[in-house]
Design a protein around this ligand. Structure first.
Ligand code: NAI
Length: 329
């Protein structure tokens, strides 16, 4: 039995994400939770002739049944940005939504791999951590902020300037998931040595603020949903591929507590200092979630400047998320 629950399953991300997950043979039960419309989405998806059973659950009274015994809980629940908004502007509404879903997961699926998509990811992941600590079920190896869209975007944008094939290009993106906290490591990508400083800065900025292009184009109708569904499904399925199937050498950059692998995180800490608890880092996935945090590796002088700009904003976002639970702030 491999049950995966999508919380926010009727939303702009939730629906296409659920469709992509429905195509996987690794999942036997796809459980769709939202506060609206999941019976319809579940009925629709349940007609697809793939392996998983699909169930729909709507409203808080059905949350226990939705989430109980899940191997993976994916959370794209909450409000998206409108033009002019930062991800941090979403905190007021989304913090409470993520907290309530985390409480249900801590009670009814404490061993689940938690994949957090709801923004601001820099703060919502610390919220899940603190809730799990309160329930005595905290394991940093199992809680992930999904930053895969930054990596997907980076591959596309870099390929447009270097001419490399986007689908095979792997651009490491570390740090956090908002504006200047998004740190693409272009110096580690083959072919970027031919780019001018101006080109490098332009593509770096595009990766950091790529989400704004979609928010602007959708003109009030939300933020990235389809590309996020693609990225979210890739991440969740990689977690399953490594944990259920035991496939080795699967590496994804993801936003985790650096305690998930203290030894492995040492390299990152020499760059960012001891005070930053959470960071998106290259993670080798395994049976228990985070198997290994891999070194960030060599970074250029320009990237060092980007790191310095990211750290104060990221630490502020982290404290805000943690305090929401520990101090009720
Ligand atoms: P949406 O508004 O289309 O869908 C959100 C869904 O969440 C709705 O169906 C809504 O009913 C549901 N919801 C609200 N409160 C809930 C609760 N208490 N329990 C369960 N479900 C609840 O929004 P969209 O576009 O799907 O975005 C969702 C979130 O994902 C936003 O916070 C957005 O900022 C974030 N996002 C994250 C990205 C990332 O890279 N991590 C990229 C793009 C968006």
């Amino acid at each position: 039995m491999v049950k995966v629950t999508v919380c926010g399953a009727a939303g702009g991300i939730g629906q296409p994400l659920s469709l992509l997950l429905k195509q996987s043979d690794l999942i036997t039960h796809l459980s769709l939770y939202d506060i609206v419309n999941t019976p319809g989405v579940a009925a629709d998806l349940s007609h697809i002739n793939t392996k998983s059973k699909v169930t729909g659950h709507v409203g808080a009274a059905q949350l226990e049944e939705a989430i109980k015994d899940s191997a993976v809980v994916v959370i794209p629940a909450g409000v998206p940005r409108k033009p002019g908004m930062s991800r941090d502007d979403l905190f007021k509404i989304n913090a409470g939504i993520v907290r309530d879903l985390a409480v249900a997961a801590a009670k009814f699926a404490p061993k689940a791999f938690m994949c957090i998509i709801s923004n601001p990811v820099n703060s919502t992941v610390p919220i899940v951590t603190e809730v799990f600590k309160q329930f005595g079920v905290y394991d940093p190896k199992r809680i992930f902020g999904v930053t895969t869209l930054d990596i997907v975007r980076a591959s596309t944008f870099v390929s447009e300037v270097t001419g490399a094939e986007a689908s095979t290009l792997r651009v490491p993106v570390v740090g956090g998931h908002s504006g200047v906290t998004i740190l693409p490591l272009l110096s580690q990508v083959a072919g970027t040595d031919k780019l001018t400083k101006e080109q490098l800065e332009k593509v770096t900025n595009r990766i950091q603020f790529g989400g704004d292009e979609v928010v602007k184009a959708k003109d009030g109708a939300g933020s990235a949903t389809l590309s996020m569904a693609f990225a979210g499904a890739r991440f969740a399925l990689n977690v399953l591929e490594a944990s259920v199937k035991g496939t080795s050498n699967i590496v994804e950059c993801t936003y985790v507590h650096l305690d998930a692998d203290k030894e492995g995180a040492k390299d990152t800490k020499t760059i960012i200092g001891d005070n930053v608890e959470y960071f998106s880092v290259p993670v080798e996935l395994g049976a228990a979630g985070v198997q290994k945090i891999l070194p960030i590796g060599q970074i250029s002088t320009y990237e060092k400047e980007l790191f310095a700009a990211a750290v104060p904003e990221l630490t502020g976002n982290i404290s805000k998320g943690s305090a929401f639970i520990t101090e009720g702030a």
